[in-house]
Write a protein of this length. Structure first.
Length: 397
């Protein structure tokens, strides 16, 4: 019953969203957002979790695994502002997102087919490069996605919906990680990974379709005169420095993001090479952690408005710091399971807190612009953090 209760609570949360009469347009958006999130749980619980494990099994060096975490961030740093300038004038944000997100998803088949065409010695680096190139269209797509999501659900319901949505993501991802880990233990290498990644590709295309069903009004057309790219970039950035709430948000979260990403490339090496964890145990660790995530998202999502988003964010950050310190002292692989619970209940506080604080820091109608700059700052931290972590590990090991 203790294991079932979070699942039953999630069902009650989803049902409670739509109680009270015929579904409104906002209810339509929430339902399709839930469906999209559940499908992304399949992607997250398979390809996103096990792609770095696949690289480690292929013999990827710590430097290559560091690039796996850092190179996509570098791509966002390079392209978030230019792509943000290009999509900032879009009046139909959903149509623009559909085109960009479809193109981004075409990199999945390239990764799936790479083992057939790339020599084994070069395969880890080739996959890292392909996965990083995927981020170029995703830099623009994420800005639009966040702007659409912010307009599709009212601020009054957003924290509750996000908590339930992320809990649903955790439930699906946890189930998929356990199944995927078992499949990878018994399936042939590397075909088992390629088959699992193919399922993830089908799921992400279905996810794209459901999110594309959200209904948001068109933005008013702008009459800005034509200008050179440099002037457009300056005009694009000028309001950001003048909007103090956003400046405070970006500066306040940068140091945290550097610190939390320092061990990102090292966790996989810790699990596989130091603790000798099997694919099955890694999958079970993911399932346990994601059950914790589900409980955490339901709790923080329900209580964020009462506690305040800053307190929620602080509690989550302290929990993640404790998770990193405890992980470094684990004596054997079996301890990955209880430590995953600490990660699971802490990370949702960060997601719930940051998402709403970001949208509160953006002026209405300009969310895509401000989110693209937030992406730049966040991914600068994501790029620097793993490299600092690998360098520190090399010096101290």
């Amino acid at each position: 019953m203790a294991v079932r209760s979070p699942y039953l609570r999630l069902v009650r949360e989803v049902r409670a969203t739509f109680v009270g009469g015929p579904p409104s347009e906002e209810d339509h958006n929430i339902l399709n957002w839930y469906a999209s999130t559940a499908l992304f749980g399949i992607v997250d619980g398979s390809m996103w979790v096990f792609l770095p494990v696949f690289l480690a099994r292929l013999g990827a060096s710590p430097s290559v695994l560091g690039l796996y975490n850092s190179l996509p961030a570098l791509m966002v740093i390079a392209f978030s502002i230019p792509t943000g300038v290009l999509v900032d004038r879009a009046t139909d944000q959903m149509a623009a997102w559909k085109r960009i997100a479809f193109g981004m998803r075409m990199f999945y088949p390239l990764v799936i087919l790479a083992p057939f065409f790339v020599p084994r010695a070069s395969l880890p680096m080739a996959i890292v490069v392909l996965w990083a190139l995927r981020v170029i269209p995703d830099a623009a797509g994420t800005s639009l996605w966040t702007a659409i999501a912010g307009r599709a659900v009212s601020p009054r319901r957003r924290a509750h919906v996000n908590g339930t949505r992320w809990a649903l993501l955790s439930l699906v991802s946890a189930s998929c990680q356990a199944l995927a880990g078992r499949w990878l233990d018994v399936g042939p290498f590397p075909m088992a990974y390629q088959a699992m990644f193919t399922v993830a590709f089908a799921a992400t295309m279905a996810e794209w379709w459901f999110f594309g069903r959200l209904r948001v009004p068109l933005l008013p057309a702008r009459d800005d005169p034509p200008a050179a790219l440099g002037e457009r970039v300056r005009a694009y950035l000028r309001p950001l420095a003048e909007h103090r709430p956003f400046v405070r948000f970006a500066a306040g979260t940068f140091a945290y993001r550097v610190a939390v990403n320092m061990p990102a490339a090292l966790f996989t090496l810790l699990w596989v090479r130091e603790l000798g964890a099997s694919n099955g145990l890694i999958g079970l660790r993911g399932m346990v952690g994601y059950v914790g995530l589900m409980v955490g998202y339901l709790f923080w999502g329900r209580n964020a408005n009462r506690l305040g988003h800053r307190r929620v964010l602080t509690a989550g950050a302290l929990g993640i710091a404790a998770y990193a310190m405890v992980s470094a002292a684990l004596p054997s692989a079996v301890w990955l399971l209880p430590v995953a619970v600490l990660w699971g209940v802490s990370a949702p506080g960060i997601d719930v807190g940051l998402f709403d604080l970001l949208l509160h820091a953006c002026p209405p109608g300009k969310e895509a612009r401000f989110v693209s700059v937030n992406q730049f700052a966040a991914n600068l931290a994501v790029f620097v953090g793993p490299l600092l972590g690998v360098a520190l590990a090399s010096v101290t090991s």
